[in-house]
Design a protein. Structure first.
Length: 394
């Protein structure tokens, strides 16, 4: 995938999820130093033990398991205080085997991010196509798009990624992960092995991969914001219609392009006639003399305020307004918030409020009840938008 990073003019390329899986398969064909079976078996036992224990609903069974584990811990503490050697120290082979398994799992996790990012990018592409071919009311189109976005975020994959991102955003967890990796890499059995040491910066690799997924999801919200920007629908209406026709025709032949070479023609307005005597005589190029004088600062005769008066919805400002309302009461409806902080950015600001509530687990959106939200358009006319009842909770 070719793309341009923000504020960069050089293209970068990302491997697709399928290519990542293919390279991962090729890498698995390389001969390994040894195949670790004990560490994988122990991992299976540990995962099964945690699964059974955490899903156990009987209180007595859980208490018995916790009591057994506490007895094992107390017994080990007593032996250590008595000066005995720990019985559970792994051998050099076991240390290497478990480290190889950690490294392999870490690589698999990074490659899985490609698939999550691809899913969000596919949803973004579908959204662009639907907007280009939209012949239905905005409300109906938005309901379909938000439904697909909710389906991805509420799926097992989406919930797992949300839990991962919450875990990664915890400063305490990140510091613990970095400290554990540093201690593991300093073990004598591991430090003597030839390795590229990429695992030492694994925390940054995870943050970068997760940020790409979040950036792709943010692009989807940006497309919806532009779609709802009434100013874009009022200006250049004829140009927008022509571009829409071109997009529709392009999407129609996307999967079945014409086989002939000249499938599109442009009429020639006139015949080009070139007369030999119309050519001018040769003139030597003018030599430009460069001086060492520093250029003088010019005086501007125009105001640059128009460059900064662009239409932009500050999501951080809306979050602060919601937080100030919730500092006074435990719950606040969207109508109460806009009554205290009037809408200044049109429909885009209202949609941003709804998107914030949709991403917040404590907030609720009641489709059965409706509310009227006032706002003013670019001409200063008072308008009202009918939206579901949105309630933010502290």
């Amino acid at each position: 995938r070719k793309y341009y990073p923000p504020q960069e003019d050089e293209a970068e390329y990302d491997l697709s999820a399928a290519t990542e899986k293919a390279l991962e398969w090729l890498n698995s064909l390389r001969e390994k130093q040894f195949v670790g079976t004990e560490s994988r078996l122990l991992t299976i036992f540990e995962l099964l033990r945690n699964l059974v224990h955490e899903t156990e609903s009987d209180a007595e069974t859980r208490i018995a398991e916790l009591t057994r584990r506490r007895a094992e811990i107390d017994d080990e503490i007593s032996r250590l205080r008595a000066g005995e050697t720990p019985l559970s120290l792994p051998s050099s082979t076991q240390v290497k085997e478990r480290f190889f398994q950690i490294e392999e799992t870490a690589r698999h996790l990074l490659s899985d991010f490609r698939q999550v990012e691809a899913n969000f990018r596919q949803l973004d592409q579908k959204t662009r196509e639907r907007i280009a071919l939209a012949d239905k009311p905005k409300a109906e189109l938005l309901a379909e798009i938000f439904g697909e976005q909710d389906a991805i975020s509420q799926s097992d994959q989406g919930r797992s990624f949300e839990a991962f991102w919450t875990f990664l955003m915890s400063l305490e967890r990140r510091e613990e992960l970095q400290a554990l990796l540093a201690q593991a890499l300093e073990l004598p059995e591991i430090s003597t092995m030839a390795q590229d040491r990429w695992l030492a910066d694994y925390r940054f690799h995870l943050s970068e991969a997760g940020e790409k997924v979040q950036r792709t999801a943010a692009q989807l919200v940006e497309q919806l914001r532009r779609f709802l920007d009434s100013q874009m629908w009022l200006e250049n209406k004829r140009i927008a219609e022509l571009i829409r026709d071109i997009e529709k025709q392009s999407l129609a032949i996307k999967h079945n392009p014409p086989k002939e070479t000249g499938f599109a023609t442009l009429p020639e307005p006139k015949i080009d006639i070139t007369l030999p005597f119309t050519r001018s005589l040769f003139a030597p190029p003018r030599k430009i003399r460069m001086t060492d004088a520093a250029p003088l600062l010019g005086e501007s005769e125009f105001s640059a305020d128009a460059l900064f008066n662009q239409h932009y919805v500050d999501e951080g400002l809306l979050r602060n307004q919601i937080a100030r309302m919730l500092s006074e009461k435990s719950q606040a409806a969207l109508s109460e918030i806009v009554e205290k902080y009037p809408v200044t950015r049109g429909m885009a600001e209202i949609v941003t409020y709804i998107n914030l509530a949709d991403r917040d687990e404590k907030s609720t959106i009641n489709e059965a009840r409706r509310q009227q939200i006032p706002w003013r358009d670019a001409g200063g006319r008072q308008r009202y938008t009918d939206v579901p009842l949105v309630i933010f909770t502290r």
